[in-house]
Design a binder for this molecule. Sequence first.
Ligand code: HT7
Ligand code: ZN
Length: 871
Amino acid sequence: PSTVYLKDYRVPDYLVDSTHLHFELQPKATLVKSQLKIRRNPDAGEGLPPLLLDGVELELLSVSIDGQLVPASRYRELPEGLSIPVDKPAFVLEIHNRINPEDNTSLEGLYLSNGMYCTQCEAEGFRKITYYPDRPDVMSKFTTTIVAPRQYPVLLSNGNEIERGATEDGRQFVTWEDPFAKPAYLFALVGGDLQHVEDSYTTSSGRKVKLQIFTEAKNIGKCDHAMRSLKKAMRWDEAVYGREYDLDIFMVVAVDHFNMGAMENKGLNIFNSACVLASPETATDSSFQRIESIVGHEYFHNWSGNRVTCRDWFQLSLKEGFTVFRDAEFSADMNSRAVKRIEDVSMLRTAQFAEDAGPMSHPVRPDSYMEISNFYTLTVYEKGAEVVRMIHTLLGTEGFRKGSDLYFERHDGQAVTCEDFVVAMEDANGVDLTQFRRWYSQAGTPVLEVTDAYDEVNGNYALTVKQSCPPTPGQEEKLPFHIPLAIGLLGADGGDLPLDTSGTRQVVLQVTEAEQTFNFSGLLEKPLPSLLRGFSAPVKVRYGYSTEQLLFLMRNDADEFNRWDAGQRLAFMALEQLQQAYRREETLKLQPQLVEAYRSVLQNRDLDPALVAKMLALPSEQTLAEEAEKIDAEAIIAARRFARAALAEALKGDLLACYQRLHTDKPYSPEAADIAERSLKNACLAYLCVTEEDDALALAQVQFDSAANMTDSAAALSALVNHGDTASADAALESFYQRWQQDTQVVELWFGLQSSSAKRGTLENVRALMQHPAFELKNPNKVRAVIGGFANRNFTQFHRVDGSGFKFVAEQTIALDKLNPQIAARLVLPITRWKKYGGDLGEKMKTALQSVMDSGKLSADLYEVVSKSLV
Ligand code: HT7
Ligand code: ZN
């Protein structure tokens, strides 16, 4: 596969003013007719170069220009496209081709999912439908006619329905027209036997929008939460960004086979069923919250992505980073802000930091790629969102809004760059973000070494910040970043000290140099710094906090995020000591201060219960692995297991009291306050079961037997699966499956609970799950639940010292690559980080990775990841 470089970007030679598509749906031979009004791009230079169209796995039937058939000898079929000679600056091109949705297991282009036709065109899937200039800077007005037999009564595409009727041979047709010009990646088509729920939304300017969610009949009772979330998102975007919806209809369709979470096609969002369908009986609280955020995310793309789109795929973070920032703020406003931030930062620190330090490390705006699908990454999405958040922090809420207003106004209907976004922010606020731009071009996670000095004679406090950034592939040296560092200074009474004469108690320091000292005067006591409040930048902060100082921050910091973070640092230090003791074969002992800190958190009734649940959770094994210089999996597992057991034993009285207080028979509601209480209650249950005591396991059994919602049921099942005797776990798993076997989303949860269990998810059991009738290698959700659950969420079994876990992932990757390259390229990721492991385990991981490389011809997707990771 060849490499595409950002520096090689050229404007398109030809533009497409209108696109008329005509589909005759058939499982193995869908006929596609496209009529494109093409004209020479005046910005592209002189002459009439050949028209180059992208096309992959298409059966070409005919090419006509202005109604005249072009003989096959005149055009050239290329390995991935078509080259057509051009002799006039404007013409109508008509192409007929055939495609095979039934055999399309890549889930890009047009495919069948459980008998439903659907499309996925981002990033480069449209070229699997017909020949087209499949690039985001070619924007066209689409009209789409779908013809299908009557067993597919619902036929949908983008925009408004303008006509429907019957064909002479008894099939039906529907025509859709999208009034907004769009790139091909936003095209969508759906055909199936679907039901829908309907509602409406009146925009602030008084326009009534029809809202419809389509799904198979059996899931029609699972659409209410998504509908409520959609209406909340529409209201929020009006209130916070002044953005209204622009069509008269907004449709959402749920499909079972989908490579990602959802897709923001104009007016016709397509969702992975797992990211839209929920009912209290079948979905957990985290699934409810995930749905709210993804429904918001896709809706927000209507402005940040569709009305203003990307010039090229290197600019992906322009829409994704901005939209993740928007959805995170939406979720924070709908739920607990601190808890949302903790969840996002935990994920960033664990998985994005690991990506940034690994072989596929790339900037938020990559410079090159072989396969763009590999760059739908945590760096582009989550770090990209942090970059937008930092702009928000630097400009303030009002300044950011002025910037986003200017951005949308200036670029509505255009395909633009990250640079255009930053320039709009600068122009609207009269600021200079020149140095800040390095966040888009430099990869790697910056590290801040912070030291301080207090002069009690003159009350001066000096905070010195040294920044550095480790080398990443192709970037040995980094220039200093512009880092907004939010801080507060705590006095002995735990309150924030005034930082200047105006009494400000929190400041955002502008860190721009490799080393910089910030001075604060008039301080009557030596303060304790609370650094990087709210995680104001995606960096690592090193400061030599003592145990006492962390305990103090945990109790007193005005910033809830930093209270949690102090607890994490404390736990991390304790786990580090345990790992060392384990390696030295010493008796393990947990710091008593940590136990007491957890006890007081547990007893603190003033804190949000969801925050308490987060504060009680030890850093995950993956987080510990990310922080380590070299990963010692065995020591990490032993240390964490010991600490958890010691905490459970020491705190069992408090855990039980808290569990009993929160375990009420209140009816289920997905409101934030109720979710918070359930999260703490179930965190207590999980800890109690770590003791393996009969009383605790009996609580789990009773909760499992009587639960009236999936959150409680799944939490109890998880406790039984991970603790206690195998017979009870077997019985619980079996009864759960018997009850829910017809429900796809619950079965996925059931798979995931087992494959990610240290106790249950042994390699033998995971292989057995793959033989289960409900498992399907062609369905990414099943692969993510079973194989992904094992490789990404079962640290213990995946790291078995014989390397069998790595070998298994390699085998499955090879098998999957034949069906779905995008998913194969993601599945392989856990075995690409072999360099971070010392000794034998690292060697075994590398051997497994090499076996993928040596297995024969790989897809471009998989080849890129494996070849870059073997260097
Ligand atoms: N913008 C959407 C991206 C997407 C995608 C990309 C590659 C392959 C399959 C895909 N499905 C959806 C999702 C989003 O960020 O909203
Ligand atoms: Zn997105």
